[in-house]
Design a protein. Structure first.
Length: 117
């Protein structure tokens, strides 16, 4: 699976995806840091990548209809410290083998993943 990790997440998130066999790049890798959400959205659409982000704006299905994307994975966590984020991502990655995010919005919380078609 092709994954784009937003700039609001640690680089290690991309490493976790790569270690699991996914093609993962970061917004920073492509020097897109600081760009507006609309530009990031356009980039992931062109590349047909799943966007993984902490940016709750991407959970607005009116602005970012999930069916137009390779997948939108929005982390909605009570704690956003690096260690906690990495733990949640490590638990999330196996879900990608059971569920395909393409065309869906995933809201990821500490103990659940809500998938909106």
């Amino acid at each position: 699976m092709k994954v784009k990790v937003d700039e609001n997440l640690p680089q290690e998130v991309a490493n976790l995806f790569r270690d699991a066999g996914h093609n993962a790049v970061t917004v920073g890798d492509e020097e897109f840091g600081g760009r507006p959400d609309a530009e990031i959205a356009s980039l992931v659409r062109r590349e047909e990548r799943v966007l993984v982000t902490l940016d709750l704006d991407f959970s607005d299905i009116r602005a970012y209809p999930p069916e137009h994307y390779g997948g939108l994975v929005v982390l909605r966590l009570g704690h956003q410290d690096k260690l906690h984020v990495l733990e949640v991502i490590a638990r999330l990655i196996p879900v990608f083998t059971r569920e395909q995010p393409q065309g869906h919005l995933w809201i990821v919380e500490e103990n659940q993943v809500r998938i909106r078609p």
